[in-house]
Design a protein around this ligand. Structure first.
Ligand code: BES
Ligand code: ZN
Length: 843
């Protein structure tokens, strides 16, 4: 199998002195770089990464050299004589182009006071630094960076480090930054343009600033600033090693491919993940912003201070950052109950994806450079990884977990690690065999289904992998039981295990949901008992939502019927936690797909939903008040959304009258704007389109554009569908950062699906141009698969995407996509008759 050539083995940079002159209007840049480093083999060239760069001059140790281009973004700086091992200095002059795809050095567009404006920004993870300057573009190649930027005047120039000196000569501004500590190339960044900021200082004197273009209200920088300051202070304490840079900048960019990026000292964000407008940002968006800020700040340690040696250990970055979000928020905002949201989102997402045979393990080898970006599977390296680490935390205890991290950071700062270094630190702190415990969870795909057969006080437990297609009878996991009160056995590590309980009360397993398995209670009396406990709210919210989630997984795997899950769900009428309602909404969304083409069953589902929400809707209504708690605001929005879908007369009437009434989004409560837009689009066709599209073009507030795009996709008017699709390749309307969202919003709608797919097929060439080298390319096969059910759709998907599997950036997403459509189709065929019966006869 092909592997990626690692240039660091041959040449190990120590210092970069980098000077880049930027010609924004001409869309070009030129630069010089001086790299000192160690050559480990005597040979007549030094290899570097460079992509789409022209190297105009090269010298090694002051001797002229030639830049020869090789495959896989490699350039060899060739000398006429043999170079000895040891230190060498390279000097290169180069130039390149600034292009729209959102990686390397790229422009961001915005309007302010009627004028078209631009920022310039960088995005180097995972391997795009090579598009801006020649370098060893591998995480292990840590070096110091001294950066100078030559730009136009009248702009802010931000880098990883504070500005050391700045001078204006005529039309140019020369900015030199302080030299950075040793760091990886993927974390280097700079941003240039007109920006406004808010500033605060941590207890330890770190300057924290949040930035946005002048088109945004300055108050929208306050919430993230406050969160950032408190988060740095918390991590300083928790990790036992202080934030190492003098400053921490956070910039909201109008065009940004992912959610946010942890560049050291200069974190970049989408506007929606940093800017919390006091009047216009919903509570759930505000919570998400805090999540993103804590995630990126945790990377300043996990990833930036201590970095994975190679991308196969990407989980050391992303799994940890995804868990640290929860640990930080549980500390900073205990009332938000971030762990419960984690159970409702991350755990659900992970368990739903990890039942497919083509899904990779958390730790995965990289065979081709273009495969690196496919490792960032949100469900696996983020969500499953975070769950597995959280399980480890529960297994060794909070204190040992934190102490292990303190050892790890103190020992490996400014260096690179593999998982083994972390396990060693945890083992020292916990005296448990962490490495052995983690092996199967980390390096094998999937997770176990545990069948529980309780007869009196005697229990028999059996584990096997939960899979939707195919069988796996060999995989075994060491499963922490985390039982209260504990059993004599701590880990289930065999296929079958017998246990004895203290009493013969039916036991609930995985109480608290921190272990990563799905339980199946084999005895009907046991299931009935659990159901009665849920109804009585005798279990914690986390278990209430977990049991429902487990029900849907068992239904997907054919272990029970979807109708049985709905029956279980009908016991949730008294539920009062929004996170649990998120789970209920997901079950309803699953079921909606089954009834899309079946009006009688759909009517039955609507009846079921109306019954389920009756109590909550009756109590909460749809009017928001200034004294509502955040939990009430979120819950009311969730219930209202279900009510409008189920055509609750009062809810629908309110939504449509609000749609008619509002002139400005500010006239509507932030939490339910997208629901109101959706109701308008669905029931008021063309007229709604005009109103919403005008607003979409006018607003400078990115969250509002999401609300509107999501809302508009609910239309049933095909003319409107075609108009929406036509906008999607016009980047002056739909920004590149939002194309994939527009696509998935429409593809998931029954009325628009066929046309959204045709749009994708027709515009594939354009999509490749815009996203061909970007990590977001695989959103398209992934999102399409998430929208398709049935043999006809499977054929269309395969006919189009199978030939594209030769692209390493797409192969994995396509294979998983095909499997996902197949398993959903099988599920549909299996469960549709009994579901139809349940919905048409029982309701
Ligand atoms: N490091 C990633 C962003 C990234 C990964 C950019 C790969 C380019 C290539 C960042 O820390 C991240 O994980 N961002 C998330 C948001 C986060 C809060 C889950 C994202 O962009 O989705
Ligand atoms: Zn991350």
């Amino acid at each position: 199998m092909q592997t990626v050539t690692r240039l660091f083995k041959t040449f190990q940079p120590n210092t970069y002195s980098l000077n880049i002159t930027i010609h924004r209007v001409a869309r070009t840049f030129e630069g010089e770089v001086e790299i000192t480093g160690t050559l480990t083999k005597a040979q007549s060239f030094i290899p570097l990464h460079a992509k789409h760069l022209i190297i105009t001059h090269a010298a090694v140790d002051e001797q002229e050299a030639a830049a020869e281009i090789h495959e896989n973004d490699e350039v060899q700086i060739a000398t006429t004589n043999q170079l000895a091992t040891g230190t060498h200095t390279l000097k290169l002059a180069f130039n390149g182009a600034i292009t729209d795809p959102m990686h390397g050095l790229y422009p961001c567009y915005y309007e302010h006071c009627g004028a078209k404006k631009e920022l310039l920004a960088t995005q180097f993870e995972s391997h795009h630094a090579r598009e801006a300057f020649p370098c060893i573009d591998e995480p292990e190649a840590k070096a110091t960076f001294s950066l100078t930027l030559v730009t136009e005047t009248g702009v802010e120039v931000l880098g990883n480090m504070p500005v050391a000196s700045q001078q204006t000569t005529g039309e140019t501004l020369i900015t030199t930054f302080e030299t950075s500590p040793k760091m990886s190339t993927y974390l280097l960044a700079f941003v240039i343009g007109e920006l406004q900021h808010k500033e605060a200082t941590t207890k330890d004197g770190v300057i924290v600033r949040t930035w946005a273009t002048p088109a945004q209200p300055i108050e929208s920088l306050a919430f993230s600033l406050d969160t950032a300051v408190k988060t740095i202070e918390f991590f300083n304490d928790y990790f036992g090693v202080k934030y190492p840079l003098p400053k921490s900048d956070h910039v909201a960019l109008p065009d940004f491919s992912s959610g946010a990026m942890e560049n050291w000292g200069l974190i970049t964000y989408r506007e929606t993940t940093l800017l919390a407008d006091p009047e216009h940002t919903s509570v759930s968006s505000r919570h998400y912003i805090a999540t993103v800020v804590t995630h990126e700040l945790s990377h300043q340690w996990f990833g930036n201070l201590v970095t994975m040696k190679w991308w196969n250990d990407l989980w050391l970055n992303e799994s940890f950052a995804s868990l640290m979000e929860v640990i930080a928020l549980d500390h900073l905002r205990p009332e938000w109950n971030a762990s419960l949201d984690f159970a409702a989102h991350d755990t659900v997402v992970a368990l739903r994806r990890d039942v497919l045979t083509s899904v990779q393990a958390i730790k995965t080898e990289v065979h081709h450079p273009d495969e690196i970006s496919t490792l960032f599977d949100p469900a696996i390296v983020y969500a499953k990884g975070a769950n597995v680490l959280n399980m480890l935390r529960a297994y060794i205890g909070d204190t040992a977990f934190r102490d292990g991290l303190r050892v790890y950071f103190a020992r490996h700062r400014y260096a690179n690690t593999t998982g083994d270094d972390l396990w060693a630190a945890f083992e020292e702190a916990s005296h448990k065999n962490v490495k052995e415990f983690m092996y199967a969870w980390l390096e094998k795909p999937g997770y176990p289904l545990v069948s529980i057969n309780q007869q009196g006080a005697h229990l028999e437990l059996e584990q096997k992998r939960l899979l939707l297609n195919g069988k796996d009878t060999t995989s075994l996991w060491p499963i922490p039981l985390l039982a209260e009160p504990p059993f004599a056995v701590e880990l289930l590590s065999k296929h079958t295990t017998a246990l004895t309980a203290a009493t013969d009360t039916p036991r609930l397993f995985n109480k608290g949901g921190k272990s990563l398995f799905v339980s199946r209670y084999t005895q009907k009396s046991h299931r009935d008992f659990i159901r009665s406990q849920i109804k009585a709210k005798a279990y914690e919210p986390v278990d209430r939502l977990r049991l429902l989630n487990e029900g849907t997984l068992l239904a997907r795997a054919g272990e029970q019927r979807l109708a049985e899950v709905l029956d279980l769900m009908s016991g949730y009428e008294n539920e009062d936690r929004d996170a649990v309602w998120d789970m209920i909404s997901l079950v309803i969304a699953d079921t909606r797909r089954f009834v899309e083409h079946d009006p009688a069953a759909e009517a039955g589902l609507k009846q079921l939903v109306l019954k389920l929400i009756k109590k909550n809707y009756g109590e909460l209504g749809h009017t928001f008040s200034a004294t509502d708690s955040e939990e009430v605001i979120k819950l009311r929005a969730t219930i209202f959304s279900l009510a409008v879908w189920a055509e609750h007369p009062a809810a629908l009437e309110f939504a449509l009258s609000e749609f008619h009434r509002f002139k400005d989004p500010g006239d509507l409560p932030a939490e339910i704007r997208s629901i109101i837009y959706g109701a308008g689009a669905r029931w008021r066709g063309e007229e709604a389109y005009d109103k919403l599209m005008t607003l979409y073009k006018q607003t400078t507030f990115a969250e509002e554009r999401h609300n509107i795009a999501g809302g508009m996709s609910a239309t049933r008017n095909l003319d409107v569908v075609h108009k929406l699709l036509a906008h999607m390749t016009d980047t002056s309307i739909v920004r590149l950062q939002d194309t994939a969202f527009w696509f998935v919003y429409l593809a998931r709608k029954n009325d628009a699906r066929e046309f959204a797919w045709q749009w994708l097929v027709d515009n594939w060439g354009w999509l490749m141009q815009q996203f061909g080298s970007d990590k977001s390319l695989d959103y398209f096969p992934r999102y399409a698969a998430s929208a398709f059910t049935g043999k006809g759709w499977l054929e269309k998907y395969e006919a189009f995407f199978t030939p594209k599997k030769t692209d390493p950036a797409l192969r994995r997403a396509i294979e998983i996509g095909i499997e996902e459509i197949i398993s959903r189709t099988v599920w549909f065929e299996r469960d549709e008759p009994s579901l139809r019966q349940y919905l048409t006869e029982k309701q």
